[in-house]
Design a binder for this molecule. Structure first.
Ligand SMILES: [Zn+2]
Ligand SMILES: [Zn+2]
Ligand SMILES: [Zn+2]
Length: 325
């Protein structure tokens, strides 16, 4: 077994032991170890594709071009910074490896949250991390043709059990929303998560309700109450988190904006989805859609350039025409 794979397996195993200790003091350690394990495992996958490459270069976050001394260019690492789980998804994509990008981004956010404000606010964060890490780890082990049952034995079984219980609870929670007639299918399909602890175990308070506007819910994990508007805001944020991560990284304005009509952060501008049938522009709550051009410069109006108080103008022209008023 390669030292890299050995380290990956050790990290995952220790993470699961931390989880089993059922001690809040070890929860953060569990999350860190599971993350480290997944990152190392991802590295094993990448190394397998390019066995002659420098291992550290594979997970470098920043590169700069320098002369190669032979009249050409080569790229060297700009810093020792390495990519995180969210970045792994992008690198996998660049290497032509399919991976569940949304889960990677979610795990990465979960970890950042927990690092910054621990722990009562995210009582279920470790269990969610184990449950989310399981399918990703399974996918990566399969890619490198390694049997996790053999290598991780007890720890793998524990992860599987946690995952199964979590999935059951998730299904039960989702069923409470089954009657809701969502204005856009995408809202119904998006993961619903608690704004306080990021748990997906949200259940509708009135499972008989059918209206999107009235789909208030509570979090089974931390007890937070989430009103229908916030529920949709969070579902949309979670659904587009991976797309938005990439969009920002490439200098874009983002994918989800504040709606000028209803004020919720639910105005979607998704004009380049991977599946073109899911293209969407407009507010998924009030169905408002910004049309037309600025009355002064005739630029197309979008949620990112719309004048805050004068929606007939872009923000630049609004500033030029009304500054000082
Ligand atoms: Zn919660
Ligand atoms: Zn709206
Ligand atoms: Zn203008």
């Amino acid at each position: 077994m390669s030292p890299l794979l050995d380290n990956a397996i050790q990290s995952i195993r220790i993470g699961v032991e931390d989880y089993q200790a059922n001690d809040p003091a070890r929860a953060l350690s569990a999350i860190r170890n599971l993350h480290a394990g997944l990152l190392l495992l991802a590295k094993v996958v990448l190394v397998q594709l390019v066995p002659n490459a420098d291992e550290d270069a594979l997970i470098g976050a920043e590169y700069k071009p320098v002369p190669d001394g032979e009249g050409g260019l080569t790229y060297v690492r700009r810093s020792l910074r390495t990519i995180d789980l969210a970045g792994i998804g992008e690198r996998f994509k660049d290497f032509g490896i399919a991976v569940d990008q949304a889960t990677l981004v979610k795990l990465s956010r979960l970890r950042n949250d927990v690092e910054h404000r621990y722990t009562e606010e995210a009582p279920d964060a470790v269990r969610q991390t184990v449950a989310g890490a399981f399918p990703l780890a399974a996918q990566m082990f399969q890619r490198v043709d390694i049997d996790p049952v053999e290598k991780l034995s007890g720890a793998w079984k524990t992860m599987l059990e946690i995952r199964e219980v979590y999935e059951q609870e998730l299904r039960a929670c989702r069923e409470t929303f089954e009657g809701v007639e969502w204005r856009y299918a995408i809202v119904g399909q998006a993961p619903r998560e608690c704004p306080k602890c990021r748990s997906e175990l949200l259940e509708q308070m009135d499972p008989e309700n059918r209206e999107q506007e009235c789909a208030d819910s509570t979090c089974r994990s931390c007890g937070a109450r989430v009103d229908a508007g916030m529920l949709v805001e969070n579902a949309i944020a979670a659904h587009y988190s991976a797309a938005e991560f990439l969009d920002f990284k490439h200098g874009g304005d983002g994918v989800v904006f504040d709606c000028p009509e209803c004020g919720l952060h639910t105005y979607v501008v998704d004009t380049e989805p991977e599946d073109t049938s899911s293209e969407l522009v407009g507010c998924v709550v009030c169905e408002h859609r910004i049309e037309g051009r600025c009355a002064r410069c005739e630029d197309h109006l979008t949620p990112s350039n719309l004048g805050a108080d004068h929606p007939d103008f872009c923000d630049y022209c609004e500033h030029m025409l009304f500054k000082g008023l």
